[in-house]
Design a protein around this ligand. Structure first.
Ligand code: SAH
Length: 464
């Protein structure tokens, strides 16, 4: 892009046109659309040029421009249609610090004037870097046909009314009001009664929208999966794409949040390891407040919302508040960890059940049916097991589990920084302490990675 399009404020600023003929007349007509202070330099101006300039209050200089005439000039158009005269004027204007356009001379011009579709204050500028004026004209005439003539008056009245519309809550209610104005009420009023009554119509419409039932918000509780954006469901992506508000756990990585609507409000809640956490009541209140304001809320949770995600507490609060909700499942950390090591979580002849357990609950280390887990072949996916490793290792050994039982810890499953630690039950606590994982860890008790199977014949035999 050699020429960068901008919209220049010309209100009350001097703009000079030099020339006496059809080029100067065309530029004058164009610039009369602006609020610039126009100066015309034309010795013995032609009749139509003079008439238009007089009629519209243009300052007429009945002679060529001289140094000193152009001080403070913002834009200068050399429109003589004569190379020498244009070059002389352009040099003066440049010296005065003006941006210069020489008509039909791209090289000598500091800027070019685009083809313009004018529905002031809606203005569309079309440029082709001088490559294809025909194309620019074709595009202009297409757009002229597409954009209703009323767009200008509609937008003018709308612009003046913007401060008033702030009486409506931001987001959906305000968007709906403007959509109603620009696409229904506005064009209708304009066609039936004219521009003069647009302001009235806006006031009535605002009253209607202020009185209307607030649009009903809703909450989608969405599983974000283990971290890899590719492991989001299509529905999760679609919901993120439409969300007004995204309330997310700290486990949800930036790469996933970036898929949400850019204008969405993001609220980070929840726990970071043992760090500060947002009380559940507060999370519920944030969801409900946003839903009451009419927002479409996505409550985004790591993995699957129904696994150690306090889902029922949130849906119950929503139900009690009368807020509509639905759950979108996600890929849980156990599935991602099993995929990472290429092993099945269940296997014919080995384990017909799979335990999904947390090493922690609200009271501290969580107790389980250790005896059942200690049986050969048992498999468990242990969430939040990092800190409690020594505790559950001790319990299992005490209840008769073999010290040689394979244990695999998958840190940051599915993320670029994924790490796999393979160990056995009797060495778990020390190996884990040495690996010192910083990210979330899913521990697969009773499973070793498929790749490593060949190097672990003893274990293979035990679980064959
Ligand atoms: N609802 C989540 C679990 C939330 S509890 C799910 O279905 O996965 C938080 C625990 O999940 C972490 O302590 C860790 O054990 C596990 N976890 C979540 N994401 C993980 C990941 N990408 N890699 C490994 N473990 C993960």
């Amino acid at each position: 892009m050699q020429h960068f399009p901008i919209f220049l404020d010309l209100a009350n600023r001097p703009v000079a046109i030099a020339g006496n003929g059809p080029f100067a007349l065309a530029k004058l007509r164009l610039l009369l659309k602006t609020e610039a202070r126009l100066h015309l330099f034309a010795a013995a101006p032609e009749a139509d040029l003079l008439a238009l300039a007089r009629l519209r209050g243009v300052t007429i200089h009945d002679r060529p421009a001289e140094a000193g005439d152009l001080a403070g000039t913002v834009l200068a158009y050399a429109a003589h249609g004569d190379d020498d005269a244009d070059a002389r004027f352009a040099a003066l204007a440049r010296a005065a610090g003006a941006l210069v356009n020489v008509v039909d001379n791209l090289e000598a011009s500091a800027f070019i004037t685009p083809a313009i579709v004018d529905r002031d204050p809606v203005t569309i500028a079309i440029g082709t870097e001088g490559a294809a004026p025909v194309l620019a004209r074709a595009l202009k005439s297409d757009l002229e046909k597409q954009l209703p003539q009323g767009l200008g008056p509609l937008a003018r009245a709308g612009k003046l009314f913007r401060p008033m519309a702030e009486a409506l809550p931001q987001g959906a209610p305000r968007r709906d009001f403007w959509a109603d104005y620009y696409f229904n009420t506005g064009p209708q009023v304009l066609a039936e009664v004219g521009e003069g009554l647009l302001d009235h119509a806006l006031r009535d419409l605002l009253d209607q929208h202020l009185k209307a039932e607030p649009p009903r918000g809703r909450v989608d509780l969405v599983g974000a999966g283990p971290g890899d954006p590719e492991l989001l469901t299509q529905r999760a992506r679609r919901l993120l794409d439409r969300a007004d508000v995204v309330i997310h756990d700290r486990l949800v990585p930036a790469a996933i949040l970036e898929l949400a609507r850019r204008e969405a409000t993001f609220v980070a809640v929840g726990k970071e390891g043992f760090g500060p956490s947002t009380p559940q009541d507060q999370i519920n209140a944030v969801m409900i407040d946003h839903a009451y304001s009419g927002a479409h809320v996505v409550r985004l949770k790591g993995g699957d919302a129904s696994i150690f995600g306090r889902l029922d507490e949130e849906t119950q609060a929503l139900t009690e508040a009368g807020v509509e909700w639905a759950v979108t499942p996600g890929i849980t950390a156990a599935s991602a960890a099993a995929a990472a090591i290429g092993r099945s979580l269940t296997q014919r002849g080995r384990n017909t059940d799979l335990r999904i357990l947390t090493a922690h609950d609200i009271d501290g280390f969580a107790d389980h049916d250790w005896r059942a887990l200690a049986r050969p072949g048992a498999v468990a996916a242990i969430y939040m097991g990092k800190r409690a490793a020594r505790f559950w290792q001790g319990r299992l050994l005490m209840h008769g589990a073999s010290g040689a039982t394979p244990v695999t810890c998958v840190e940051n499953a599915s993320r670029p920084d994924q790490r796999i630690l393979t160990t056995r039950l009797d060495r778990l606590a020390e190996d884990l302490a040495r690996a010192a994982p910083l990210g979330p860890v899913l521990t697969l008790f009773g499973l070793a990675p498929a790749k490593a199977a060949a190097t672990l014949p003893a274990l293979l035999e035990e679980f064959a």
